[in-house]
Design a protein around this ligand. Structure first.
Ligand code: IPM
Ligand code: MG
Length: 370
């Protein structure tokens, strides 16, 4: 029996997780689902959006299914803290970003496939898969404001280009470090190439910006070229992030597997999601060597919370990814087929697809067909 951490999180997270439960129960997955506290409520009440007990729970499970999370910028988040935690210097940081780093979930897999008959498709022939590096880059969390004096002085000494900033007071400067490691680059590239090989995909496109961000993007490109030699049947394409956004709007059907560092992958995966119907269809898996957390890409949409209005497809496609990762390939295949046919038939749809059905009615229709 699998042990699965069950974390609805904030807002519509709960609505879509209920939909997932209907489908999992119908599939009769042999699993125990254990609730985990996570999200805004625990930030406000306990000063920790990811309580220690939840981290411990995850350590005792095979994987986690996660709904959605509310994130707010630093100052807004601080204002909402319970008075007993005010002035304690607590700084909000996203629990999902925390989980990715804590459990070393290096690969963020985000499939974006146009299902036939989806009225929200940009084109019907899109089948993209984004591999987003998930533990480092601009998300490493190494940031400064004000920038400490010793760091300002050190950079002034070590780097000619820092000179024009070195004159400023540290308070006038903010700094977020973009950190890449060779290991980090290799892990995400390996995931992308292995996937392309397994699924018979023709190309892997590295989405970076090495002409400007020479050292970090440069490292990713160099590692990609090296690794591509091990995969003779797969073409390596190199496209800058800005041009990639343009090409994805112009000819998305030309691309297959995309691989990018953390922030570029974050950006380009939203673009890809919109090409196939928006965040209502965007599933994602945070995968490490021994653990994985599955979450739809969408946010918590607080204004729809508890109304069972939002499209559960992203969550159900995410559930599919979880089944696949657990090795339940038969269930995963059946679920994808039924999702696809419900989309194509168009009889049961949420408001975003022009329908009037609720989140749970969509799940029930899928369950019926299963
Ligand atoms: C995503 C989201 C998160 C991210 C936010 C909610 C922190 O945008 O999963 O793409 O930036 O990674
Ligand atoms: Mg995002």
């Amino acid at each position: 029996m699998y042990k699965i951490a069950w974390m609805p999180g904030d807002g519509v997270g709960n609505d879509v997780m209920e939909a997932a439960k209907i489908v999992l129960d119908t599939l009769k997955l042999d699993a125990e689902y254990i609730h985990g506290d996570i999200g805004w409520e625990f930030w406000k009440k306990e000063g920790k959006p990811l309580p220690e007990r939840t981290v411990e729970l995850l350590k005792q499970t095979d994987c986690a299914l996660f709904g959605a999370i509310t994130s707010k910028p630093k100052d807004e988040a601080a204002k909402e803290l319970d008075p007993s935690f005010q002035d304690k210097g607590l700084v909000y940081s996203s629990p999902i970003v925390g989980l990715r780093q804590l459990f070393d979930l290096h690969t963020n897999l985000r499939p974006c496939k146009a299902f036939a008959g989806n009225p929200l498709n940009y084109r019907d022939d899109i089948d993209l898969v984004v591999f987003r590096e998930n533990t480092e880059g601009l998300y490493a969390g190494v940031e400064f404001h004000p920038v400490p004096k010793d760091l300002m002085e050190m950079l002034d000494k070590k780097h000619k280009k820092f000179g024009r900033f070195a004159k400023l007071d540290g308070e006038e400067v903010a700094m977020s470090l973009r950190i890449f490691t060779k290991n980090g680059c290799r892990r995400i590239l390996r995931s992308a190439f292995e996937y392309a090989k397994k699924m018979g995909r023709p190309s892997v496109t590295v989405v970076e910006k090495p002409n400007v961000i020479r050292e970090t993007s440069g490292m990713m490109i160099r590692e990609a070229r090296e690794m591509a030699k091990e995969y003779p049947g797969i073409e390596l394409w190199e496209t800058n992030i800005d041009a990639m956004c343009m090409w994805l709007v112009k000819n998305p059907e030309n691309y297959s597997v995309l691989v990018a560092s953390n922030m570029f992958g974050d950006i380009v995966s939203d673009l890809c999601a919109q090409l196939v119907g928006g965040l209502g269809f965007a599933s994602s898996a945070n995968i490490g060597d021994n653990y994985a957390v599955f979450e739809p890409t969408h946010g918590s949409a607080p204004k729809y919370a508890g109304q069972y209005k939002v499209n559960p497809m992203a969550m159900l496609l995410t559930t599919r990814l979880m089944l696949e990762w657990l090795g339940e390939t038969d269930m995963a295949g059946r679920l994808e087929k039924v999702i696809s046919s419900v989309i194509t038939e168009g009889k049961v749809r949420t408001y975003d697809m022009g329908g009037t059905n609720t989140t749970l009615e969509v799940a029930e229709e899928i369950a019926r067909k299963l």
